[in-house]
Design a protein around this ligand. Structure first.
Ligand code: ADP
Length: 604
C-alpha cells in the first residue's frame, strides 16, 4: 500500500517568535514594578537615615539655641559692656566664656557691644581670637540688636570653619547694650556621615550646599541664584566664595529624598545612586525574561507535540481512507476477474467439447491417412520384387516359346522365391509398423549383398553403372535378420541407382567393407549428386523425399534406419569428399553361422 504521508508543515517557531515579541513588553511593567519595589525599599532605609541625621542636627542646634539668652543675663558679661575698658572684668568675661564653651561643646562664644565690636570671646587667647573684631555685617548681629534670636549659617571669616551662629541681645533693663553670640561647629556633623554609597546634601535658604559628604559639591548652588541673593551673599559672606558655582547633578543618576528643616530654612537630602537598584532590577528582568523564554519554549514544545499528534491522526485517518478505497477497488477488480474467469471456464468447457469433437474427426481422418500411407509403402516395397517377377515371367514366356522348359522352370522357381520374399517383406512391413523385434541372428554379409545386387542387376546394367567391389574374401558375419538386412541393402542400392540416373556416364558404384572394433563397416558409395544439405538433415524422416511422387515415397531410409537400430547397428548418411553419397552400415560382428545359398542374378 502506498500512502503518501502528509507534507510536513513548517515548525511554528515563527509564530512563537512573534508571540515572544508581543509578550516582551510584559517585561517593561516587570521592570517598573521591580524598580518601584527596590526604590521603596531603599527609600525606607534612607528615610530612617535622613530622620536620624536631621534629628541629630536639630538636637545639636537646639542644645545651643537658648544659650545666648541665658549667657546674656550673666553679670560678669554685662559688666564688660558697662565698662569695656576695665581689664579685670574683660579677663573674667573671657575666662567665663571659655569655660562655658568648653563645658557646652560650643565652638566659640563671644560678646559684642551695640556696634558689633567683639569685647570678649572664648578664644581670646588663640591666635585667631575674635576679640577686637567687628561682626556688625553679619545678619545675626542686627537680628539680636533688634531683640530677636539671631540665626545664621556661615563659614567663619577668621577660623574658616563652618558653623551655626545663635545671637541674642544683652539688655540693661529694656535697653539693648550688646549681643552674645554662640557659634556651633557644623563641620563634625559632616564627618558623622559614613562611607556609604548614599550621599548627604544639605542646602541653605539660597539652595547652596553647606554640608555634604562629597567635598566637591560643597558651596555649590543647586539652583540659579537671584540678584538679591547674590548681593546678600556678597554682603554677609556666609561662604568662602562670593558667587557659588552651580551644582549640576544628573537627576536620573540619583534617587533623592529630601526633608525641610523649617526653623533654619534648610533642606537635607539623601542621594542614592540609581545604580544601587539597577543591578537588582536587571536581575529581576533577566529572571523574568528567562522565565518567559522557558514558558515560550514549553508552549512551543506543547504546540509542536500537539501538532505532531494531530498530523499523526490526520495521517492515520488518511491512510485508513486510502486503504478502504483500495479494498473497495480490489474487491471490484476481484469481482470483475471472477466473472471473467467464470466466462473463461465456460468458454474452455465449450472449446474442450469442440476439441473432443475435432479429435474424433481427426482420428477418423488419421485412420484414412495411415491407410493411404500404408498402402503407399507396401506398394513401394513390393514394386521391386514385382518388377523382378514380371521380368522372370516375361523371360519364362520367351524361354517356353523357345522350348527351354528347364530354364523356364528355374525362372518360375525364382518367381516363387520372390513371392515368398514379398510375403516376408509384407510381414516385415507389418513388423515395422508394429515395431516388432526379432532376436538378431548371424548373417553372412557378402551373400546378402549379392542378393540385393541380383535384384537390381538388370537396372544397373541398363544404366551402365560400373560396380567396384572391394570386399574381403572371408565371409563377414554380422548380427542381423536375413530378410531385414537384404531389405536394407536393397533399399540403399536402389537409392544409389536412383541418384545415378541424374548423372551422365561414367556412373560408378563402390562397395567396400572392413572389420574394426567389434563391428563390420559396409560402405556403399556412388558418384551421383550426393545428399543435399536438407536431405542429409531429414532423410531419415518417413515420407521425406526429393523425388517425384511416382519415383519415391520417402520411406526407404526411414525403414532402413529403424531396422538397423533394431539390429543393434547404425546407418550413417554422408557425402564422399570427391562427390556422391557415401552410406555406412555399421553392424555388430556375429559368430559364424550357416551359409545361405546365394541368390542368383535373375537376369543371368
Ligand atoms: P525415396 O527413395 O523414396 O525418395 P528414401 O528414404 O529412400 O526415399 O530417400 C530419401 C531421400 O534421400 C531421397 O529422396 C534422396 O533425396 C536422398 N537419397 C537417398 N539416397 C541417396 C543417394 N545415394 N544419393 C543422393 N541422394 C540420396
Amino acid at each position: 500500500m502506498n500512502i503518501t504521508p502528509p507534507v510536513p508543515r513548517r515548525p511554528r517557531w515563527r509564530s512563537l517568535a512573534i508571540l515572544a515579541v508581543c509578550l516582551a513588553p510584559l517585561l517593561w511593567p516587570l521592570q517598573h514594578l521591580a524598580e518601584r519595589y527596590y526604590q521603596d525599599e531603599l527609600a525606607g532605609q534612607n528615610r530612617q537615615t535622613l530622620d536620624l541625621y536631621v534629628a541629630n542636627l536639630l538636637g545639636t542646634l537646639h542644645r545651643y539655641e537658648t544659650l545666648p539668652q541665658i549667657l546674656g543675663d550673666l553679670p560678669a558679661l554685662r559688666a564688660v559692656l558697662a565698662d569695656p575698658l576695665r581689664l579685670e572684668t574683660l579677663t573674667n568675661a573671657n575666662r567665663l566664656l571659655k569655660d562655658i564653651a568648653t563645658q557646652t561643646g560650643a565652638e566659640v562664644m563671644y560678646l559684642m557691644d551695640a556696634n558689633g565690636n567683639t569685647l570678649a570671646a572664648s578664644n581670646w587667647d588663640k591666635h585667631d581670637s575674635f576679640v577686637g573684631r567687628n561682626f556688625a555685617f553679619r545678619p545675626y548681629f542686627s537680628e539680636a540688636i533688634a531683640g530677636r534670636l539671631g540665626r545664621f549659617f556661615g563659614q567663619g571669616t577668621t577660623s574658616a570653619k563652618r558653623g551655626y551662629f545663635f545671637a541674642a541681645a544683652v539688655r540693661d533693663r529694656d535697653r539693648v547694650i550688646g549681643a552674645l553670640v554662640v557659634k556651633v561647629d557644623l563641620d563634625h556633623t559632616e564627618t558623622l556621615w559614613g562611607k556609604t554609597p548614599e550621599q548627604l546634601l544639605l542646602t541653605d535658604h539660597n539652595g547652596v550646599v553647606i554640608l555634604t559628604s562629597r567635598p566637591d559639591w560643597r558651596f555649590r548652588a543647586t539652583r540659579p541664584l537671584s540678584d538679591a541673593e547674590r548681593e546678600a551673599i556678597v554682603a554677609i559672606q556666609p561662604y568662602p566664595t562670593q558667587s557659588p558655582k552651580p551644582l549640576n547633578l544628573e537627576p536620573k543618576a540619583w534617587l533623592t529624598q529630601t526633608q525641610t528643616i523649617e526653623e533654619t530654612g534648610w533642606q537635607v537630602s539623601i542621594l542614592a545612586p540609581r545604580t544601587l537598584i539597577d543591578r537588582s532590577v536587571r536581575t529581576v528582568v533577566a529572571i523574568g525574561g528567562a522565565t518567559l523564554l522557558v514558558v515560550m519554549l514549553l508552549l512551543g514544545l506543547i504546540m509542536q507535540r500537539r501538532r505532531h499528534y494531530m498530523d499523526r491522526i490526520d495521517f492515520e485517518a488518511h491512510g485508513r481512507q486510502e486503504l478502504e478505497k483500495r479494498v473497495i477497488e480490489r474487491t471490484a477488480d476481484l469481482e470483475g476477474l471472477n466473472s471473467r474467469l467464470k466466462n473463461e471456464v465456460l468458454e474452455r468447457e465449450q472449446a474442450q467439447q469442440e476439441l473432443v469433437r475435432a479429435q474424433d474427426e481427426l482420428v477418423q481422418a488419421g485412420k484414412l491417412s495411415v491407410l493411404g500411407t500404408m498402402s503407399a509403402s507396401i506398394s513401394h516395397e513390393l514394386n521391386q520384387p514385382l518388377a523382378a517377377i514380371r521380368s522372370y515371367a516375361e523371360n519364362a514366356e520367351i524361354l517356353l516359346d523357345h522350348q527351354r522348359t528347364d530354364d523356364a522352370r528355374s525362372n518360375l522357381k525364382l518367381i516363387s522365391e520372390l513371392t515368398g520374399r514379398m510375403a516376408s517383406i509384407i510381414a516385415h512391413l507389418r513388423a515395422f509398423a508394429r515395431r516388432d523385434r526379432h532376436a538378431p541372428e548371424s548373417v553372412a554379409l557378402q551373400p546378402a549383398l549379392d542378393d540385393a545386387l541380383a535384384l537390381l542387376a538388370k537396372r544397373r546394367r541398363a544404366m551402365a553403372v560400373e560396380l567396384v567391389r572391394d570386399l574381403p574374401e572371408a565371409t563377414l558375419w554380422v548380427q542381423a535378420g536375413e530378410t531385414r538386412l537384404r531389405q536394407v541393402l536393397g533399399n540403399l542400392l536402389a537409392n544409389a541407382l536412383d541418384a545415378l540416373t541424374e548423372k551422365a556416364n561414367p556412373r560408378k558404384l563402390w562397395l567396400s567393407a572392413e572389420q574394426r572394433d567389434g563391428n563390420v563397416y559396409l560402405y556403399i558409395r556412388d558418384n551421383g549428386p550426393g545428399f543435399t544439405s536438407q536431405a542429409l538433415a531429414r532423410a531419415r524422416e518417413p515420407f521425406f523425399t526429393t523425388k517425384t511422387r511416382t519415383q519415391g515415397l520417402g520411406l526407404g531410409l526411414a525403414i532402413c534406419d529403424t531396422l538397423m537400430r533394431a539390429l543393434g547397428g547404425e546407418l550413417l548418411l554422408g557425402n564422399h569428399p570427391e562427390g556422391g553419397a557415401l552410406l555406412t552400415l555399421q553392424l555388430r560382428i556375429a559368430k559364424p553361422g550357416a551359409t545361405l545359398p546365394t541368390s542368383e542374378d535373375p537376369s543371368a
